[in-house]
Design a protein around this ligand. Structure first.
Ligand SMILES: *Cc1c(COP(=O)(O)O)cnc(C)c1O
Length: 456
C-alpha cells in the first residue's frame, strides 16, 4: 500500500471530485446543458433493499449530479445577488462538517460556539454596528428577517405592557407595521409567519430608484415597526434610514433594516456614504452566503436589544443547560440543533481581513459599473443608477428582453436573471462573487451583446 494513501479513500475521492468540479467552473457553461438535466434520470431508482458500496453512491452523485448543477460558485454567475464560496470557507466547511458539532449549546460544543462568538464580534466591528448587539447565525436573510421582526414584536409590545411570547397576539395591543412599496418578499413572509400580516401593513411610496420616501411616512404612535432596506434587490438603492430613524424613534417605533447584501457596503470605505445612519436602527438582517462568499446556508441577524431577541428565541427545558455564563447559540435562533455556521464566516473574516473584504466589495461594485458602461455603450438601456452591485438592463420591450435573457442563459458564458421592476421587464446583473475578474465581465458583455444581436 502506498504510504501516502489516505486512510479514508471515500473522503479522499470526494475531495478529489470536489476539487475537479471547482477547477472546471471557469470553463464549463454556467447553465447545465439539457442533456445533463436529462441525465438526472439516473437518480430515479427505486429505494434499494440492500446496502451497496458507498464509493458507488459517490460516483453516481458526481457523474450524474455535477453536470446538472448551475455554476453558481463560478466567476460568471450573476443571478439572484448570490456569491460563490471563498476557497478557505469551503475548506473550513469541510473540516467543520467532519467535526459534526451540534452547535446549539456552548458546553458540549465549545470550539464552534466560541468561534461563532468571535465571528459575531468581528462582524459588528466590520459592519459598524453597535458592539453590544445580540446576533444569530441562521439559514439566510429570510430567517434573519424573521428573528429580527420577532425581536421587534417583543420589543414594541413589551413597551406597551404585553408579553407576546407568553400570551400571543390574541388580545394584544395592535402593532402598526410600516414598509416601503418595494419591500423584499421575504420580509412580507416573515411578517406573515409572525402573525403581523403580509398585507396588514402601511405601504410607503418609493422614488424612481425604489427608495422609501421618508416625507410620506405616516405619523407614528403606539407599537410600531418600520421595515427599511439597505440594498433594493433590483437597483441596490438604500432607503434613507438615518432620516427614517429620526422620524420613528421619538415615538418609540422599532426600525428594522433588511440588508441582505447592502449591509456589506458598511465594510467598504468608498461606500460608507450609502450606509450612513445604518447603525441608528434597532435590528439588521443580512446574508453571509451572498456577499461574504461563504457556502450555503448562512444568514445573520443583529438586534440592538439583547433581551428582545433572547425573549423571542430562547427555549428552556429541564435537561438543557441553557442557564450558563456562556453564550448559547440557540438562545438567539429559531433552531435548537444546528450546524456550526459561524465557522465559515470566521474563516472568511480572518483570511481576508477588513482590507480584503473592502477590496472584494469595491471590486464587485466597480465591475457592476463596468457592465453598465459597456452595455450602455453597446446601445442597451440601463434602467437604474448603478450605486452598488446591481445593474438593470432592458433589451427593448418585455417580450424581447425575456427572449434575450433566455438566449444569454442558453449560450452559457454567463447567467443573468429576469426581473420586473417599476413596470419594466429587465435583465438583472448582480456582481457579488469573489471569483469574478474584469476579464470575466468583458467576456460576459461580449456574450450578452452577441446573443442580443442574433435575435429578431
Ligand atoms: C436575498 C435577499 C433576501 C432573502 O435572503 P435569503 O438568504 O434568500 O433568505 C432578503 N432580502 C433581500 C434584499 C435579499 O436580497
Amino acid at each position: 500500500m502506498n504510504p501516502e494513501m489516505p486512510l479514508n479513500p471515500l473522503l479522499a475521492d470526494a475531495s478529489a471530485r470536489a476539487i475537479r468540479y471547482i477547477d472546471g467552473l471557469g470553463t464549463r457553461p454556467v447553465a447545465p446543458t439539457p442533456a445533463a438535466v436529462n441525465g438526472l434520470s439516473a437518480f430515479d431508482e427505486s429505494l434499494p433493499d440492500k446496502p451497496s458500496d458507498p464509493a458507488e453512491t459517490l460516483r453516481l452523485l458526481d457523474d450524474a449530479g455535477s453536470p446538472a448543477t448551475t455554476a453558481m460558485a463560478g466567476p460568471r454567475f450573476f443571478g439572484f445577488v448570490i456569491g460563490g464560496s471563498l476557497p478557505v470557507t469551503l475548506a473550513a466547511n469541510w473540516l467543520a462538517g467532519a467535526w459534526d458539532q451540534n452547535t446549539g449549546l456552548f458546553r458540549p460544543t465549545p470550539a464552534t460556539s466560541f468561534i461563532e462568538q468571535v465571528a459575531l464580534r468581528w462582524l459588528l466591528e466590520l459592519l459598524q454596528l453597535p458592539s453590544d448587539c445580540a446576533g444569530s447565525f441562521v439559514t439566510g436573510a429570510t430567517v434573519a428577517n424573521l428573528c429580527c421582526l420577532a425581536a421587534a414584536r417583543n420589543g414594541v409590545l413589551k413597551r406597551a405592557g404585553w408579553d407576546v411570547e407568553g400570551k400571543g397576539l390574541f388580545g394584544a395591543p395592535s402593532i402598526t407595521v410600516v414598509v416601503g412599496d418595494e419591500i423584499h418578499p421575504s420580509v412580507s413572509k416573515a411578517l406573515g409567519v409572525l402573525g403581523m400580516g403580509r398585507n396588514r401593513v402601511v405601504r410607503v411610496p418609493v422614488d424612481g430608484q425604489g427608495r422609501m420616501r421618508a416625507d410620506h411616512l405616516p405619523p407614528m404612535s403606539g407599537p410600531t415597526i418600520v421595515c427599511t432596506q439597505a440594498g433594493n434587490v433590483n437597483t441596490g438603492a438604500f432607503d434613507p434610514i438615518e432620516v427614517i430613524c429620526k422620524q420613528a424613534h421619538p415615538s418609540g417605533a422599532w426600525v428594522h433594516v433588511d440588508g441582505a447584501f447592502g449591509l456589506w457596503a458598511a465594510a467598504a470605505p468608498s461606500l460608507r456614504g450609502l450606509a450612513a445612519g445604518l447603525a441608528e436602527a434597532d435590528s439588521w438582517a443580512t446574508d453571509a452566503h451572498k456577499w461574504l462568499n461563504v457556502p450555503y446556508d448562512c444568514g445573520l441577524a443583529f438586534v440592538r436589544d439583547h433581551s428582545a431577541l433572547k425573549a423571542a428565541m430562547a427555549i428552556s427545558a429541564e435537561y438543557l443547560p441553557t442557564q450558563s455564563e456562556f453564550r448559547n447559540p440557540s438562545d438567539f435562533t429559531p433552531e435548537l440543533s444546528r450546524r456550526a455556521r459561524g465557522v465559515e464566516v470566521w474563516a472568511a473574516l480572518r483570511s481576508l481581513g477588513k482590507q480584503g473584504i473592502a477590496e472584494m466589495i469595491e471590486r464587485n461594485c466597480a465591475q457592476a459599473r463596468r457592465f453598465a458602461a459597456k452595455l450602455g455603450a453597446a446601445g442597451f438601456e440601463i434602467l437604474n443608477e448603478v450605486v452598488l452591485n446591481q445593474v438593470l438592463v432592458s433589451f427593448g420591450d418585455a417580450a424581447k428582453t425575456a427572449r434575450t435573457i433566455q438566449a444569454i442563459q442558453d449560450e452559457g458564458t454567463c447567467w443573468c436573471g429576469i426581473t420586473v421592476w417599476q413596470g419594466k421587464t429587465a435583465m438583472r446583473i448582480s456582481v457579488s462573487s469573489w471569483a469574478t475578474t474584469d476579464a470575466d465581465v468583458d467576456r460576459s458583455v461580449e456574450a450578452i451583446v452577441n446573443s442580443a444581436k442574433g435575435l429578431p
